[in-house]
Every structure is written in C-alpha cells, then in structure tokens.
Design a protein around this ligand. Structure first.
Ligand code: OSB
Ligand code: MG
Length: 380
C-alpha cells in the first residue's frame, strides 16, 4: 500500500459502536462446486453487523463450515471474533490502532477481515463515500473471470467453459486434481485454442509430481494456482524452477510476510489475493503493492461469497495493482437469490460495474436475509 494511503486509512476512526451481531446464513448453490479437497452444495457464512450512530456496517467471513480449503472455519472465526477480537474494539480507536491490537491474536486472518470489513463499510457510509473511494482508488470497469469446479465428465466441463466464453468472461480457471488433469485441460485447450486459461489444484500435488505437472507447460496456461500443499512456500520454489508456466499462490499466502518469502524464494510469479483470507483490505493492499513493486502481478480471488463479500472484492479491484481478471463472477452462477441487491452482472464486454452507493454500495434484502439466517447472536 502506498505510504499516503496507509497513513490516511490508518488515521480513520472506527467511530461509535452501539451493537455487534453475528449471523450465520446458509444459501443453497445453483449447482455444487467441487475442488480437489471438497464439494460444497451451499454457502454457509458468518456475517457481522456493526451498528453505531444509526449507521450499519456489514462484514462477511470467507471461512467455510469445514477446514477443507483453510484451517479457519465459521466456528473458529465465531469463537475468535466473539472471545478475542470484539473485546479489543473500543469506540473511536483508529484503524491503525485496531490492526495493532489485532496483531496479538496470532493468525485467524479470516476472523480479523470480517471485523475490519464491517468497520470500513461503516466508516465509508459515515463519510458518504463508496468503499473504493475511501481506499483511494477511482472507479473503473472490473474485468471478470470465472472459476469452474471439477466436473464429472469432459462434456460437462466443455459445456461450462463454452457458456463462460459466450457470457464474456475474460479468463477461465478450471479446477484440477490428481487423475483429473492433463486429459481435461487438453480437451478444453483443443476446443478453445485462444482462451486465456488457467488451472487451480488447491494443493493436491506433491514435488514428486513435478514431471507429471510439466505436461501442463504445453497448454499455454496463464498460471497454475496452488499445485502443492496449502501450507507450502519452499517446495513451490523448487517446482517453479522446473516449469515454464507461472505458478500462483493462494492458500499459502496469509499475510505480507508470506508474500515476501514467496517472492524472495521465487515460489510463484503471480499471487491470488483474497482480502478475506489475509486479514482484510489493508493487508491485501500492502501485499498487492509489495508484489507489484517486485514485478509479481496480483489478482483478486473469491470464496463464493454472498453479495456482501463479493462487493468488497469488486471495490478492492479498482486498485491498479490488480492487473489480472479475478474470480468475481455473476451472482446468478452461485445463487438463485442473494441477500443483497442488485446482483453482480456482466456487461456485454464482460466487465462488472463498481456499486455507486456509500460503503460497499449494495442493499441488504431483509426478507431474504431472514429466510436464510440460521442463527443470530448479539456480541455487544
Ligand atoms: O481456490 O480459489 C479457490 C472457492 C472456494 C474455495 C477456494 C477457491 C474457490 C474458487 C471460486 O476458486 C472463487 C469464486 O468463484 O468465488
Ligand atoms: Mg485457489
């Protein structure tokens, strides 16, 4: 993050806090989503609502109910938020002070991001400014990419890719795993020779698979995301030296220190930044600026968020450092009905318009929210 941005944001006061509420919601997916380590049929998420001076801020935790993508879960996030992070919130402290206090809590970036997001939404609404403007960036159309899960058959996969291309997505990511890789990538590449295409293994391979993974080099992929373990940085540096295709790290990057280590070791040539994974918007911007200064481009990943988290990711991508289309796709791919309005839609050229309202700039549909809420708990 530019020093001026860091200072400006750091000085903002979190303001009044009258009430904090945690909600657990469950939204059925339009279709199941499969990665190498999990299949999800619905989005179960922890939401945080922070009220103060009549202004409401919303934050969405990107953790899943299970630890199959990351070690944090909705339950661990709820625990950490309720018992360790909320007690650190004093009205009127600055965002810089908030981050300083949060550092005592080791890890739990997803839990921290939930609170940070809700507070920043509330601050932006208080100032009557859209989130991207508060972060210091101008509106721009956001190019959209799509992440396609592992399919039962090659035909299903080709259909999904074809639909994505017809809709206008700027690049397609396909999930792979051991035994469901070369053949499927080959089929997609043959059918779509010029498509910007990448793969994401969610850590399914080991270094012993290096020779096997080298076969991917012939498909002109823009990158291979997280081929090795969710926690590894070192072995990716060995693998990267054996592959022509750029590696991209997702799971392994929890904060700026991880990004520095990965870049210094040559573990990746691209980074997938999920603000909800790295502790929030401020750390995401620090990683983005550090990476870009070291010639490592970044893009914004997604966690199948509801419209709350999706809106945050859209605002973040106005930062010029985000130079590659992200995993922010149209709402209709995930949900029949979402808890916010309006839904994310692509224009005829495959771009997303940044919401214009104050804060995250989308409205909560209370009727739908009520319908999908499993549990509500007052934390303050
Ligand atoms: O690895 O990027 C990933 C979804 C859930 C968990 C992990 C990942 C993903 C995606 C989908 O790829 C991103 C999205 O469409 O929001
Ligand atoms: Mg990924």
């Amino acid at each position: 993050m530019r020093e001026s941005t860091e200072a400006t944001l750091g000085r903002l006061s979190i303001g009044a806090i009258d009430r904090i509420e945690a909600l657990t919601v469950r939204l059925p997916f339009v279709k199941p989503f499969t990665i190498s380590s999990a299949t999800w049929t619905c989005k179960e998420a922890l939401l945080l609502r922070i009220d103060g001076d009549g202004i409401t801020g919303w934050g969405e935790c990107v953790a899943d109910p299970d630890p199959y993508y990351a070690s944090e879960t909705t339950s661990t996030a709820h625990h950490i938020i309720k018992d360790f992070l909320v007690p650190l919130l004093d009205p009127g402290i600055t965002l810089a002070e908030l981050e300083r206090r949060f550092r005592r809590v080791r890890g739990h970036g997803m839990a921290k991001a939930t609170i940070e997001n809700a507070l920043i939404d509330r601050i932006a609404k208080r100032e009557g400014r859209p989130l991207h403007e508060l972060l210091g960036y101008r509106r721009r159309p956001i190019p959209s990419g799509i992440s396609i899960g592992i399919k039962e058959t090659t035909e299903e996969l080709i259909d999904a890719v074809g639909e994505a291309v017809a809709t206008g997505y700027h690049r397609v990511k396909m999930k792979i795993k051991r035994g469901r890789d070369i053949e499927m990538v080959s089929a997609v590449r043959e059918r779509f020779p010029d498509l910007p295409l990448m793969v994401d293994a969610n850590g399914d391979y080991s270094l012993q698979d290096a020779e096997h993974l080298r076969q991917l080099d012939r498909f002109n992929l823009t990158m291979i995301e997280q081929p090795l373990s969710y926690s590894d940085i070192y072995e990716h540096s060995i693998l990267q030296r054996q592959l022509a295709t750029p590696l991209c790290l997702d799971e392994s990057i929890h904060d700026l220190a991880d990004a520095r280590a990965a870049i210094a070791l040559g573990s990746c040539r691209i980074i997938n930044i999920k603000q909800g994974r790295v502790g929030g918007l401020l750390e995401a911007l620090r990683i983005a600026d550090f990476a870009v200064a070291h010639d490592v481009p970044v893009w914004s990943g997604g966690m199948d968020e509801t419209g709350i988290g999706r809106a945050v990711n859209i605002h973040l991508q106005t930062a010029p450092a985000f130079s590659i289309p992200g995993d922010t796709s149209e709402t209709r791919l995930y949900f029949h009905e979402d808890i916010v309005e309006p839904p994310v839609e692509l224009d005829e050229r495959g771009f997303i318009a940044v919401p214009r309202g104050a804060g995250i700039g989308v409205r909560i549909n209370n009727e739908i929210l009520k319908k999908v809420t499993l549990q509500t708990e007052r934390l303050r």
